[in-house]
Design a protein around this ligand. Sequence first.
Ligand code: ATP
Ligand code: MG
Ligand code: FE
Length: 345
Amino acid sequence: MKILAIESSCDETAAAVIEDGRKICSNIIHSQADEHALYGGVVPEIASRGHVEAISAVAQAAVREAGMEFADVDAIAATCTPGLIGALLVGANYAKSLAWSLGKPFIPVHHIRGHIAANLLAFPELEPPFLCLSASGGSSMIVLVRDYTDMEILGGTRDDAAGEAFDKVARVLGVGYPGGPKIDKLAQGGDDKAYVLPRSHVDGAPLDFSFSGLKTAVINLAHNAEQKGEEIRVHDLAASFSAAVSDTLVPRLKLAAEQTGVHTLVAAGGVAANSRLRADLEAMAAGFGVPVYMPPLSLCGDNAAMIGAQAYYEFLAGNTGTIWQNAFATAEISEKICQKHGIAK
Ligand code: ATP
Ligand code: MG
Ligand code: FE
């Protein structure tokens, strides 16, 4: 089964054709990052307009690169939640209109389920159940993936997402947008013990965590240094901050494995591209004697291939939507998002 998938939840307009949830036939990503960099972050209205301009050409390119015509695809999928609502609506409306006009099924997909499914493209042997550390720009959590479409959040951030923390710290240090990759690069060769930064814990909820204290600590540090006229050692601070993020996330994934007895570990989301986090996950899994799967860097950030992978399993589970399907700015990963009827309950 070949699915044409569309992703437009943030500032990437993307389309891909995926076969049976596992094979990438094409994967086109049109990023608006340069445009948003002028403003230091994603401007929702600019993102929506950018998607409108790009979506037809991107979808056509995906089908062409797969050596197909629109009529050859078996179903159309789109990210319907979570994300910027205006941005989501462009992709969702494009996809469901196309599906309707072709008489093919439409499959609404949860973006974070998609991030997790990026691993299914990279690792043919990977099957649920597994535990996933999902860390991206909008959320950070530990998810028990019982089955391809059956997920439970075991713990997560009480405030900022990991990617959000990277982006804010990058802004404070004046290293530009998007911040995560820049901080990652600066951290290379930095001393990760040079700055003492907090590691959060939440009383009574050992799998939960927080990044706002860490973020504030870095902001205060930068402001104090500025007031005193001291130089910030940017490489050292980037390394110390990256270590603090990793130290917050990795032990919780390990604890979740101990608590649940699920010993297959997976990482997902834009922050899964972080080199410190990847190294620490490898080391933890090796010490624990369990496998850890991490998407290749090309599939960590937003793309439509991951949406097409998850869409296949949603289709098998009967989770198709109608022409009445809506998009939502937020929805839990555990929720059923497909709307069969015109009026949402
Ligand atoms: P969400 O997926 O939660 O809706 P999003 O789609 O905006 O949010 P992603 O595209 O999954 O987020 O990931 C982008 C985030 O990942 C940004 O916050 C970015 O700074 C961060 N990121 C990307 N690469 C790295 C890296 N190498 N190190 C740390 N963070 C990174
Ligand atoms: Mg982006
Ligand atoms: Fe994302």
